[in-house]
Each structure stands twice: as C-alpha cells, then as structure tokens.
Design a protein around this ligand. Structure first.
Ligand SMILES: *[C@@H]1O[C@H](CO)[C@@H](O)[C@H](O)[C@H]1NC(C)=O
Ligand SMILES: *[C@@H]1O[C@H](CO)[C@@H](O)[C@H](O)[C@H]1NC(C)=O
Ligand SMILES: *[C@@H]1O[C@H](CO)[C@@H](O)[C@H](O)[C@H]1NC(C)=O
Length: 361
C-alpha cells in the first residue's frame, strides 16, 4: 500500500515535470501544493542578496535600500517594501505556490507572526555575496550573519511547536540560496583589495569554495533540501552595458558569469554526494539569455533598458523618485540591475520546475 503511494507520487512528479516547460513561467500552484503536501514541505527559508531580500536592509544601517518609490509600484497596494523590484520576488511566487503566503517576510521584520515562523522567512540582505568582504563593503548581512539569524529562528520555531516538530519542519524545509552578482559588480570590479589577491579565475574558485562551506553549514543546521540560484548573465545588465559603452550584452561579462556557474555546479555535485543533500540548481543565466533572445515567448518587449529613470544607470538611491515606464510587465529589468516582477515570475517558474525534478522526486 505504502509502496503503491510512493509509485503514484513518482508518476505524478514525472507528469508534472513533463508539463512544466509548457507552462513557461506561469506557476501551476494547485499541483505544486499537492506535491509539496506529499513531500511534507511546509517551510521556505531564504538566504542571499537583493534578488531575494524582501526588506531586511530596511532594518540595518546601510545605504543599500529599496524602500521608497518607485520601488514596489506594482506590489500589493503599490507599497515599497525594500524589495528591489516593482513587485514581488521569485521567492514570493515560490512561497505562494507552496501555499503559505503571497509575500515572504524578512526575518528582521518587527512583527513576525507565528505563521511566518512556521512557514519560513528570508534572511537575505541586498548587496551581500559569497565573499564576506562583499557584505562588509556595504555594511549589510554577510552569509555568516544570515546563518546566525537562522539559528535564532530555529530557537523561535522550537518555542512555538516544540523541539521534535521543529526539527521535522526544518528537515523537510526548502532552503534557497541566491547571490554572487555583488561579488563581481560591487566588489571585484570596483574595489582594489580582491584583484590584488586573486586573478578573476582564482576569485571565482574562492567564491565557489565559500558557497560550498555555506552549504555544509546549512547541512549541519538541519537543512536537507536546497535550491541554489546561479548568477544571471551579468553582461546583459543595463548598468554593465552602459559602463562598458556597449549596445549588446557584454560577452566578457557573460563568459565569466557562465564559467563561475560551472564552478558552482562542480561544488554542488560534490555536496550532493558527500552530504547526501537534495540540491536543485536554477540556471538564472540561461533564463536571462532566453529572455533577451526570445522576449516575445515570455510576453516581454523591452529587455535592454530598465523601467526606472533612463533605464541605463539608475538603481537603489539613484532610482529614488524617478519616473518609470508605463508597463513594467513588458520589461525584463526594473532598474539598471534588478529584474521586474514579471521576470521574477519567470524565474520562479523555472525554480519550481527544479524543485519538483531535483528535490521532490
Ligand atoms: C511526511 O510526514 C509523514 C508524517 O509525519 C511521514 O509518515 C512521511 O513519511 C513523510 N513523508 C516524507 C516524504 O517525508
Ligand atoms: C568589516 O570589517 C572591518 C575590519 O575587519 C570590521 O571592523 C567591521 O566590523 C566589519 N563590518 C561588518 C559590518 O561586518
Ligand atoms: C566568450 O566565450 C566564447 C565561447 O567560449 C569565446 O568564443 C569568446 O571568445 C569569449 N569571449 C570573450 C570576450 O572572452
């Protein structure tokens, strides 16, 4: 009987995997909920940078904030929250697909509800990276601090539901790790410390080993399911194109983005084998490339410029109070660095696909 149920779940997972590509970017929440229930996934915990920070930086002394208009223009009731986008992030869509909340709360939120503790929060901090120095440069939360908050979070979860149940929730939780962009754009290419110590390739190896250590720490803290998001095609970011004075994607930047992702994947393979963790990978690079090369397929029109201001240089403070394009849902980029809510929805679709194929099969 139990065996038959397992077979059924497998068949369901395979069937879902087969239809997911057809849904290109739209999230079939009903089926995800069924699958998540079968695999006891009731909690989502998030680590990373602005790609997954729902507003932790609002609560710390850093200039790296997105809690003013026009950020949040298309969020529920048009409210800026600290998310570096016009609306929700990929992790919000994933949380919704799992069936808990439409918007995952930042751990540093002043009023976390029991439901947030039960179903997960984000520890991410905009401008952070795999290199602890990257976070230090902007005075934001490095991964070590994000993991320290996770330990504190686990304590709160235990207080809420008891030790046994808390352990079970974490064991079945899905963790997301999404960063790397700032290690290159805010650190290596802007500051002199790391270039003096490492060649670009050595620095990539260093970052990949940092990631590998972070994954080991997560494992030691009870996490068994993880989704790692690779870096996007950095050469296609409007800011990078402006700085390099190029109309098309900057090949050199795309090349090192993709070689860095390969290094991450080598480490992830090792982690799967040595730690026995279930680890999914989201190919953000491929998703960006596809959106730039085939915008219509994703319902996009503008992939070269951001929606905020001139769309060529503004992000964070320089986007503050700027006018925007009329319809951000037709744009890949919201500002000169960060994706729109629509692009995040596309990324979430792929992340859920990876979740189903690599974590719940
Ligand atoms: C889900 O939880 C139930 C009850 O706690 C347990 O019997 C079952 O084995 C779990 N399934 C998975 C896939 O972890
Ligand atoms: C950054 O590094 C300096 C020097 O090591 C240290 O004094 C400072 O506390 C660090 N800042 C943060 C936010 O970690
Ligand atoms: C980028 O990589 C491609 C394929 O490996 C190679 O042909 C090209 O020369 C590289 N371009 C730069 C600017 O490094």
């Amino acid at each position: 009987m139990a065996r038959r149920a397992v077979v059924l779940v497998r068949i369901l997972a395979v069937a879902l995997a087969a239809i997911m590509p057809l849904l290109a970017g739209c999230v079939d929440t009903q089926q995800v909920k069924i699958l998540a229930a079968k695999f006891n996934v009731t909690c989502l915990v998030v680590f990373g940078d602005s790609s997954v920070d729902p507003g932790n930086n609002n609560h710390i002394a850093t200039p790296m904030k997105g809690n003013f208009p026009p950020y949040g223009k298309d969020f529920f009731r048009g409210r800026p929250t600290g998310r570096f986008s016009n609306g929700r992030l990929a992790t919000d869509f994933i949380a919704e697909a799992l069936g808990y909340t439409k918007a995952i709360r930042p751990y540093l939120h002043k009023r976390l509800r029991p439901v947030d503790i039960l179903h997960g929060v984000s520890f991410a901090s905009a401008a952070s990276g795999y290199d602890e120095l990257t976070a230090n440069l902007s005075n934001v939360l490095p991964v070590s601090k994000q993991l320290e908050y996770f330990r504190e979070y686990k304590k709160r979860l235990r207080q809420l539901v008891g030790a046994g149940k808390a352990e079970n929730i974490i064991k079945n939780a899905v963790a997301v790790l999404s960063m790397g962009t700032n290690d290159f754009l805010q650190n290596y290419y802007l500051e002199s410390i790391r270039p003096k110590q490492y060649t670009l390739e050595e620095y990539q190896n260093y970052l990949a080993s940092c990631m590998s250590d972070d994954v080991k720490t997560m494992h030691s803290l009870g996490i068994t399911r993880l989704v790692v998001v690779g870096v996007p095609a950095l050469g296609c970011m409007p800011l990078v194109k402006t700085l390099m004075n190029q109309e098309t994607c900057v090949e050199k930047y795309n090349n090192f983005s993709s070689s860095f992702n390969s290094k991450l994947n080598v480490k992830l393979d090792i982690a799967r084998k040595t730690l026995g963790m279930k680890i999914g990978y989201v190919d953000a690079y491929g998703i960006f490339q596809d959106a730039v090369n085939n915008p219509k397929k994703h319902g996009l029109i503008e992939t070269a410029k951001g929606c905020c201001g001139t769309g060529t240089v503004e992000y964070g403070d320089t986007c503050k109070g700027m006018s925007t394009c009329a319809d951000a849902s037709k744009y890949l980029f919201w500002d000169a660095v960060h994706p729109t809510e629509r692009m995040y929805e596309i990324i979430a679709g792929q992340a859920i696909d990876s979740l189903q194929k690599q974590l719940m099969a």
